[in-house]
Design a protein around this ligand. Structure first.
Ligand code: NIG
Ligand code: FE
Length: 414
């Protein structure tokens, strides 16, 4: 029995009350409440959270004891939306944007997703594993415990399979919990420009069956947006995927409201992601659903676009989750704490709301709320210990620092 006792914790954050497990999304006004215990201890045993309490009844023995005086303990971040497997980088597009081109104009010129697809096609599997693993190590250091990774830079049967096999290998290499999503419908490759239906058929009749057959994906995604996949095409993909047991998590409403949210809700999507633009009808639609709105504020930060209307959504009673969108084009960063800062600064979310969004609601967006997203008996022993900090609000306030001191994943000190 391997055990770690963390004692004299200044504040144990996002901690459930005994016997009432936190397994539902935190919505609306409840998002302002972040349960915590001051002057606490936490015992992790055999990879799981075993127990916790206040220092007046602290256990004495454990294989490893960590003194957390002045420091806080959080459940590991739940990053429910990333594209961490990619080849190389796209800083030339970053410079193009400085010189006046928009993200969409760069994509129309064959840059953007197609640029990354070309690079990925020319990169062997081994090198992709190595590059992505380095990124995973980085986000572990930032405190992430649960992460979703999408395909979508392959855009051919061979290369989509290659990406998903890389993700499968990553799952075996790390104590982060990794979920994989098939995003063959990320962009139409240039060779199908005149005949997009041919690429649709490739997704529907070749990619989906083989990916399902090899068990390579946990979810399916599509980029539902003008110039990418229409609502009708997205619906056909969701419908076909459901026959293979793959539930949707859909990129939509990044630039336009075109019905992507309504279609995703209709098909029982676990989440709808981006949502830089959302109208009243879409908020009403989400209120009547179990679909989690996932906001990715480091994307509009990086491409200088406007931010999702988080305040309006939460005030209407919705839950929201926060994720990084770590990818080479719109967000070359996997730092959840920075996303939390952006949510506070640019979307007027309180620190408590943003931390709920980055933990329990992120876990819900990956159907992992029974094991991640809060500190509760029986959940996975994946937490981070901060440096000395005066308050919870100091975390998003101090946006340039990495305040994570120690990381424990599945009961092991990293
Ligand atoms: O979520 N919007 C679509 N896909 C990614 C960006 C992909 C890229 O630019 O490489 C996103 O922002
Ligand atoms: Fe994305």
């Amino acid at each position: 029995m391997a055990s770690i006792l963390i004692k004299s914790i200044k504040t144990l954050v996002q901690v459930g009350k005994h016997n009432t497990p936190m397994t539902s999304p935190v919505k609306g006004a409840d998002m302002k409440t972040l349960p915590q215990i001051d002057n606490a201890w936490l015992l992790i045993q055999d990879g799981l959270i075993h127990d916790y309490g206040t220092m007046d009844n602290c256990p004495e023995n454990a294989d490893q004891i960590i003194d957390a005086t002045g420091r806080m303990v959080f459940p590991g971040w739940c990053d429910s939306h990333t594209h961490i497997v990619y080849a190389g980088s796209r800083e030339s597009e970053f410079v193009d944007r400085i010189n006046g081109l928009t993200y969409k104009e760069i994509a129309e010129k064959g840059g953007g997703i197609l640029n990354s697809a070309k690079r990925l096609g020319n990169t062997p599997e081994e090198a992709l594993v190595e590059q992505a693993y380095t990124r995973l190590e980085e986000i572990i250091g930032f405190g992430t415990a649960l992460v979703e990774i999408k395909s979508g830079y392959g855009l051919s049967l061979k290369d989509e399979l290659k990406m998903l096999r890389v993700i499968r290998r990553l799952k075996e290499m790390t104590n982060l919990t990794v979920k994989s999503t098939f995003l063959g419908a990320h962009a139409f490759p240039a060779i199908y420009k005149e005949n997009p239906e041919e690429y649709m058929q490739l997704i529907l009749t070749k990619m989906l069956p083989q990916i399902a057959d090899e068990g390579l994906a946990d979810y399916v995604d599509a980029f539902c947006e003008k110039g990418f996949f229409s609502v009708e095409q997205t619906e056909r993909i969701m419908e076909a995927a459901s026959k293979f047991g793959l539930k949707p998590k859909i990129h939509t409403n990044q630039f336009n409201c075109m019905g992507g949210i309504q279609a995703s809700v209709k098909h029982g999507a676990i989440s709808v992601d981006h949502l830089e633009v959302v109208n009243d009808e879409e908020i009403t639609c989400l209120l009547g659903s179990n679909t989690m709105p996932v906001l990715l504020p480091s994307a509009p930060f990086f491409i200088n676009d406007h931010y999702p209307p988080a305040r309006k959504m939460i005030d209407a009673g919705l839950p929201v989750a926060l994720a990084t969108d770590f990818n080479p084009g719109s967000t070359p960063s996997g730092k959840m704490a920075f996303v939390v800062s952006l949510a506070c600064i640019n979307m007027k979310m309180t620190p408590e709301e943003a931390i709920n969004a980055a933990t329990i609601n992120g876990a819900v967006a990956l159907e992992s709320q029974s094991s991640y997203g809060s500190i509760e008996k029986g959940k996975t022993g994946s937490v981070f210990i901060t440096k000395r900090i005066p308050s919870i609000a100091y975390l998003p306030y101090s946006f340039g620092s990495n305040l994570v001191d120690k990381v424990i994943l599945k009961g092991k000190l990293v």
